[in-house]
Design a protein around this ligand. Structure first.
Ligand code: ZN
Length: 82
């Protein structure tokens, strides 16, 4: 242990990490990277909000394509403020 993963590897695992589909070892590597790496941390937060919003709102709509776009726009605006 000890060798940390790089941004590319963290990125490749991000979706599975957020959906909690990684093994505990792999998830821990991603988590450790996110703690040290600001850009990846922001990206993870962004992806997480997106997944959550998509999951909650897609139940109420019949047009997922448009919804996806709307959520992304809202999230980007929020990220730029924060
Ligand atoms: Zn990184």
């Amino acid at each position: 242990m000890g060798d940390s993963i790089n941004c590319r590897e963290a990125h490749a695992r991000l979706h599975d990490y957020l959906k909690q589909e990684l093994t505990p070892e792999l998830a821990e590597e991603v988590r450790a990277h996110l703690e040290k790496c600001r850009p990846c941390f922001k990206e993870a937060r962004f992806e997480q909000s997106f997944l959550v919003m998509l999951a909650t709102t897609s139940r109420k709509t019949s047009c997922p394509g448009k919804l996806r776009e709307k959520i992304l726009t809202a999230l980007r605006a929020e990220m730029e403020r924060g």
